[in-house]
Design a protein around this ligand. Structure first.
Ligand SMILES: O=C1O[C@H](COP(=O)(O)O)[C@@H](O)[C@H](O)[C@H]1O
Length: 223
């Protein structure tokens, strides 16, 4: 794992956006399409704002979330709504959204069709992950009901998980899909998350799920 420390958040968001865009551009020189996989939550909004304005052949980019909370887009907790509002606009409006939510009472009701869409966008060209202070990444939460399977090499690409800390049911890419990404970035802010990621490096994945991607990740941190 490599660790990049920035003096402030604004600088980090601009530098990371540039790096993501150049990795996508390079991939598009040698392949027809590229996939950008991004987190939801409170951290990535400013990266989305910058990225959405960058010059790129967005029409050849598939955009996919790491995970989704099982809520409709009218909910302020919808990661898909965040994507539409902050990333899939300006120049990036031409990108294709690979959905990780479809209206239904439970994620299992739509799991097969959503997984099929995800499979069509694999492997991930550029993976950007967030992390909670509890060391979850995507929706791989410590204590989640099917975490062991979701971390295994034989997991399906997408799973529905439930965890007390997660609130609503979740749908998430599994660890093996994350680990197969060509480029992997983790974006975190603040002292609490820095301490958490340092702790994660010495814990088993079942206690610190983010550890599963640390060998391939570049961590971007700002205070
Ligand atoms: O629930 C989630 O949390 C993590 C971390 O979010 P943050 O608000 O602490 O930045 C996020 O990466 C994940 O995509 C999201 O569903």
């Amino acid at each position: 794992m490599s660790f990049v420390e920035y003096p402030d958040r604004e600088l980090m968001m601009v530098a990371l956006s540039d790096r993501i865009a150049s990795q996508l551009r390079r991939a598009l020189e040698v392949q027809e399409r590229a996939t950008l996989c991004v987190p939801g939550g409170t951290t990535p909004g400013p990266v989305f704002d910058v990225l959405s304005e960058l010059e790129l052949d967005w029409a050849r980019v598939d955009v996919l979330l790491n995970d989704e909370r099982w809520v409709g887009e009218e909910s302020p907790r919808s990661n898909t709504a965040l994507l539409r509002a902050r990333l899939l606009r300006n120049k990036a409006a031409a990108a294709r959204l690979v959905p990780l939510y479809a209206p239904a009472p439970q994620p299992e009701d739509r799991l097969e069709e959503l997984s099929e869409g995800v499979r069509s966008a694999l492997p991930l060209t550029v993976l950007v992950l967030g992390m909670g202070a509890d060391m979850h990444t995507a929706s791989l939460f410590p204590g989640a009901d099917k975490l062991e399977e979701a971390l295994s090499d034989t997991a399906p690409e997408v799973m529905a998980l439930r965890a007390e800390a997660a609130g609503e049911p979740r749908i998430t890419l599994t660890a093996r899909v994350l680990r197969e990404a060509m480029h992997c970035h983790i974006v975190i802010t603040g002292a609490e998350k820095r301490a958490a990621i340092e702790r994660a490096a010495n814990l088993p994945e079942i206690e610190a799920p983010v550890r599963t991607v640390l060998p391939i990740a570049t961590i971007h941190w700002a205070p």
